[in-house]
Write a protein that binds this ligand. Sequence first.
Ligand code: GDP
Length: 362
Amino acid sequence: DTDTGAGSHDPTSLRTPIVAVLGHVDHGKTSLLDKIRGSAVIEGEAGAITQHIGATAVPLDVVSSIAGDLVDPDDFDLPGLLFIDTPGHHSFTTLRSRGGALADIAILVVDVNDGFQPQTLEALDILKRSQTPFIVAANKIDTVPGWNANEDSPINATYEAQSDRVSSRLDESLYEIIGNLSDEDFSADLYWRVQNFQRNVGVVPVSAMTGEGVPDLLAVMMGLSQRYMKEEMEIDVQGPGVGTVLEVKEEKGFGTTIDIVLYDGTIKADDKVVVGGMNQPIVTDVRALLQPRPLAEIRTESRFEKVDEISAASGIKVAAPDLADAMAGAPVRVVRNRELDEVVDEVEAELADIAVDTEEQG
Ligand code: GDP
């Protein structure tokens, strides 16, 4: 082992893992994202979570204050987690990077009472094909009859506060989910029994309503990322930005804009970019980079504020001419000091990949 120890990597070159939330309709994807955002706002100093375009950044210190004893910030050097705001597998399959999934890691939400449903199976299939590491959030534990709710509590503490009848009832539902996962060839267990998250899927009991288990969920996501994905998070922050189009949108005063998730490098307000288009790559100059303005500052003016530059991982709105043909799911690449032809070729190759995948799926 030739680990050179501390100082071998510049910590600023580690980006935030990108997290997607999947699962059957009504199993609680949106509620879980809302709960995480809400807890982060309460726990953190004002502005500690940053609302990005299409995503929410939860920095390590906020993860740690929500997770309490479960996360010691000194054990981590990844800067936090970036949650994509649009849950569901449609957005997951559209959003890709370099032929893989845009999300580095996923949360599969399963309602403990409702168990596996058609879209749960679809989501599993997608996660399997894209080889995306994931954990299962066994949601709505507060609906187990007789449940004694303990707001925002870690799982072991709230388990102890339940009667034997109630906790064995929950266990039954959890083991059913573990059995369903095993039927789909995923070896799974309750997360605190999992030694190797690369081999086994961890199941985390949670309630998006009461916040129970949310500390555990964040701790497991953070731990898994740190342990198994650190190398993939090493980026050249100062390099030309690379991202994926989330959405193409008309914005008053800006014309057609693209919302993108940047997963590598930096994009600057005066960069030339190449964007995947319906017919061919679009070469254009950034006119403005826009972030949501904090709620308190919104008057009659724009909902957005301009930024000079932003680094991965982040969500940002790009205003530029000629974006009408841009496509959701298409690549975006900053040219900066590279050869334009080379960048156009890369975007073209990535577009060709997307076309092949779409045919295979259709
Ligand atoms: P999505 O379709 O997966 O995004 O599901 P939603 O987040 O919209 O949730 C569907 C319904 O389940 C809503 O009425 C939520 O209030 C409810 N719900 C979600 N999570 C929980 C939970 O942990 N406990 C309870 N009791 N209800 C929940």
